[in-house]
Design a protein around this ligand. Structure first.
Ligand code: ATP
Length: 269
């Protein structure tokens, strides 16, 4: 039997301070931390704690990071899998991976279950031409069954991520499932500066670098692009045998990444 490709994160290694520029988004998910820490406070007054929350936004904007930070803040384990790992050629494998995932989470409850790219498994059913979708439908059905038997008191909270909420099967979005959405957008100039600061930590910067200026010249960059920018600049600096990153390396890294993001956006039409 094939096992789910799960990764489990160390408790508490990622927290909200690692997530920059997403203040509103952090505010919205911070209630999950409280649910996980004090479920009885809510259930005792008859409140139903949400089971699932959907993070919606383009790739690289920090959805995985945010989900990990919720687990870190609540000091609970983080079980993560990608929706594409559920999609298998062999009938029954996807469904058994879903079962595995939730079994593990329940054993270690309370926990966060994170499903990246949920659209890979959660697309609207019956949308394709002809048959051939049995396997994916079975997997999706299993996911719905597991969600219904899950909750803060049974195991934890499920966080899923997608950049296409519009193609998800409506069954996933019904009350008691992923009935809450948090939009994780591309950072604005302030957000970009905050993200750059996080990724400049531990990297000596020359005086000629003003992260405000770098933030202003990187519109459209995601958090992942900005992390990449700082790392490329550091790599170039080391290769040039310099001790601090200066503007020359940042500019070279910028060109490399800007060309990359341009290529990507041409492919995605
Ligand atoms: P995908 O949908 O492609 O999985 P994602 O939205 O889940 O993308 P992450 O995997 O969380 O994006 O981001 C990738 C990396 O980019 C993070 O590990 C982090 O280093 C950096 N990053 C992204 N967003 C932020 C942010 N808001 N603050 C700090 N770092 C960020």
């Amino acid at each position: 039997k094939s096992k789910a490709k799960m990764t489990v994160d160390d408790k508490g290694s990622t927290t909200f301070k690692d997530v920059a520029g997403l203040d509103e988004e952090k505010e919205e998910v911070s209630e999950l931390v409280d649910f996980l820490k004090n479920p009885r406070k809510y259930t005792e007054i008859g409140a139903k704690i949400p089971k699932g929350i959907l993070l919606v936004g383009p790739p690289g904007t920090g959805k995985t990071l945010l989900a990990k930070a919720v687990a870190g803040e609540a000091q609970v384990p983080f079980f993560s899998i990608s929706g594409s790992d559920f999609v298998e050629m062999f009938v029954g494998v996807g469904a058994s991976r879903v079962r595995d995932l939730f079994e593990q989470a329940k054993k270690n409850s309370p926990a966060i279950v994170f499903i990246d790219e949920i659209d890979a498994v959660g697309r609207k059913r019956g949308a394709g031409l002809g048959g051939g979708h049995d396997e994916r439908e079975q997997t999706l059905n299993q996911l719905l069954v597991e969600m219904d038997g899950f909750g803060v008191n049974e195991g934890g909270i499920i966080i899923a991520a997608t950049n296409r909420a519009d193609i998800l099967d409506p069954a996933l979005l019904r009350p008691g499932r992923f009935d809450r959405q948090v939009v994780v957008g591309r950072p604005d100039v302030k957000g970009r500066e905050a993200i750059l600061k996080v990724h400049a930590k531990g990297k000596p910067l020359n005086e000629d670098i003003d992260l405000k200026v770098v933030a202003r010249t990187t519109p459209g960059f995601t958090g992942a692009d900005l992390a990449n920018l700082m790392n490329e600049a550091a790599l170039l600096t080391a290769r040039h045998n310099k001790r601090a990153i200066d503007m020359e390396e940042v500019q070279k890294a910028f060109i490399k990444i800007a060309v990359g993001t341009e290529k990507k956006s041409h492919v995605v039409t």
